[in-house]
Design a binder for this molecule. Sequence first.
Ligand SMILES: Nc1nc2c(ncn2[C@@H]2O[C@H](COP(=O)(O)OP(=O)(O)OP(=O)(O)O)[C@@H](O)[C@H]2O)c(=O)[nH]1
Ligand SMILES: [Mg+2]
Length: 335
Amino acid sequence: MGFFDKFKKTFTGGDKDTGGSKEEAKEVKEDLNKGLEKSSRNIFDRISKAVAGKSQVDINILDDIEEALISSDVSLDTTIKIIDRLEARVAKDKYVNSNDVYVMVKEEMVQLLEENNVPDADWFDVPDLGPNKPYVLLVVGVNGVGKTTSIGKISNRLKWRGKEVILGAADTFRAAAIEQLEVWAKRVDIPIVKKEQGSDPAAVAYETVEKAVEGNFDVAIIDTAGRLHNKVNLMKELSKIRRVVQKVIPDGPHEVMLVLDGSTGQNAIEQAKQFMAATEVTSLTVTKLDGTAKGGVVIAIADQFKIPIKFIGVGEKLQHLQVFNKAEFVDSLFQ
Ligand SMILES: Nc1nc2c(ncn2[C@@H]2O[C@H](COP(=O)(O)OP(=O)(O)OP(=O)(O)O)[C@@H](O)[C@H]2O)c(=O)[nH]1
Ligand SMILES: [Mg+2]
């Protein structure tokens, strides 16, 4: 297998519309299982304790299951919804063997997410805007959540799908942030617009979309700083970036992706609320689900925000940024 084939292989796992093979889909699932191992063990242990010594699932043990889910970071609001469903089911089914409790919780979780949230995103792609391109993707989130690395991984996939991508280093707060995005641009082999540290992020964003139009690019991805001193500044900066983008692309930015660090559990939910109050957010990415037992938080996020989770991060490698699929996620959480 030549280098290019190997490169190609890494980026086609489970890709429905380019006909990714079964083996590749299997690798994607294995990565998901592996990434969610700790969370899965956590949730399994807690539910096991809740049903230990009981042969039958009845209303009384639902309290213990409730506690198990809350302490697995599924969050109070979402847990209550799941427990209500379980209650209705136990009342109807009368006798439920305690061994079936995992399947039951899993089914009700998937059902809840299917009903409450928006459809799963379709692979790593963006709409073809024809003469109105580029599609402008603005990536936001507090520092260290994985914005820059996610941008690198997304660009890579887009490029593999034949899209012309340009990056904008609008996180001008740290020199290292600019360099880090530059490393990704080189690695993926796409252009980057950057200015020196401390320069106006909105000016970088402006130049990025301007270059994208001139060069007929399909997608412009703008990295932003998460390290602003306070919420007011952050809000001001994001609205300024939005305004300058709109000077060039009146419909832009087409997507504002909020990146959340899943390993922070309930904090990620708080962050999401704050960002959503400060600016329009249209998609979510939840990273760092590997190495944490707090993966249950994704269930809460998927349930509570009417914004699609597009991607999840289950490791540091390129292929570890995966498309979020509700049913597969819950399945792996109960592997
Ligand atoms: N284990 C793991 N690490 C991840 C994942 N996603 C990102 N990281 C790591 O998290 C660290 C921070 O990622 P960055 O992309 O620099 O985060 P950022 O949001 O751009 O941070 P700032 O530029 O400081 O605001 C890097 O070391 C990434 O490799 C993931 O899904 N799993
Ligand atoms: Mg960064």
